[in-house]
Unconditional design. Sequence first.
Length: 68
Amino acid sequence: MEEPAEVRITRGQRLVEAMREDLELYGVAELEERIEVLQAEIARVGAQIDRKRAGRAAADALFSSGSS
């Protein structure tokens, strides 16, 4: 008998699922904790954007300096 195939979770799927959750089920403390977690995630994403921009700027500087 074959084992069931693993369900693949696509990029961002968990975020979409979290956005669809019924917040009425949570208490105030749980909602405040959720906000803290989301704020930490926003900071993490912002830091990744900064790293990517810095890497792009370094690559642009490297390749544009030799073509003048």
